[in-house]
Design a protein around this ligand. Structure first.
Ligand code: DX5
Length: 224
């Protein structure tokens, strides 16, 4: 099955004092999604924002929004993000005792349910929930910060995630990648089987405009 590669810039490294303008630049530059890195200071050390930020972003764009919940006990957060108007909620397999029940809840609310896992978590941990997920998100950095180096062992995990989804009849589901996606890693990531890419510091940085950065990523994809 051929899948269009979708770019989902993360606003983690955006200028939050100019968020409306930054999001308008994403839209003009042809971003496919917007990714929100929700961090609670417990599951990961930093704290970023909650569902109110999702509501604010929802009011600024018609682009689909993904909420990546890097939080302990996401059960208490999911409904607020769905009510805020996000299109996908991605939870960490490490963050809840009942991932299957929570993913069912997300899907019942009419929102795409995503499962993600840290670089140190075996992919076997997510096997039981794959049939009810719209995506598997392979973390290619240890979560919590933007601008980190891509972990090269992630390429095998991307391949494995794709195989696992296909083996359980979910050829329709996406393989997402989050962390260290940039001009030099993007081609290998897609070649390994990913089709939905979070990019934070490769899009929002002081080297070039958002449009220039996204065009650079698209060119790097087109090269192969
Ligand atoms: C977890 C975050 C980051 C962010 C992307 O730390 O999820 O991975 O989205 O950051 P970059 O693209 O700068 O690695």
């Amino acid at each position: 099955m051929t899948r269009l590669v979708q770019l989902a810039p993360s606003i983690l490294n955006a200028d939050w004092t100019r968020l409306a303008d930054q999001i308008e630049q994403l839209e003009s530059a042809g971003a496919d999604w917007i990714s929100l890195d929700v961090m609670d200071g417990n599951f990961v050390p930093p704290i970023t924002f909650g569902a109110q930020m999702a509501s604010a972003v929802r009011g600024l764009t018609s682009l689909p929004i993904e909420a990546h919940l890097m939080v302990e006990h996401p059960e208490g957060q999911v409904d607020d993000f769905v009510d805020a108007g996000v299109n996908c909620v991605t939870i960490h397999i490490e963050s809840t005792r009942h991932p299957h029940r929570l993913l069912q809840r997300i899907a019942e609310r009419g929102v795409e349910a995503g499962i993600t896992l840290n670089p140190g978590t075996p992919l076997s941990e997510i096997e039981a929930v794959l049939p009810i997920c719209g995506r598997v998100q392979v973390m290619s950095v240890n979560p919590g910060w933007g601008g980190q180096r891509f972990i090269p062992e992630s390429l095998d995990r991307i391949r494995q995630a794709r195989e696992m989804l296909d083996d359980c009849g979910r050829e329709d589901a996406r393989v997402a990648v989050d962390g260290g996606v940039n001009e030099s890693t993007i081609a290998a990531i897609v070649e390994a089987g990913a089709d939905w890419l979070v990019a934070g510091s490769a899009v929002f940085n002081d080297r070039e405009s958002v449009a220039g950065a996204i065009a650079r990523l698209r060119r790097a994809l087109a090269r192969d």
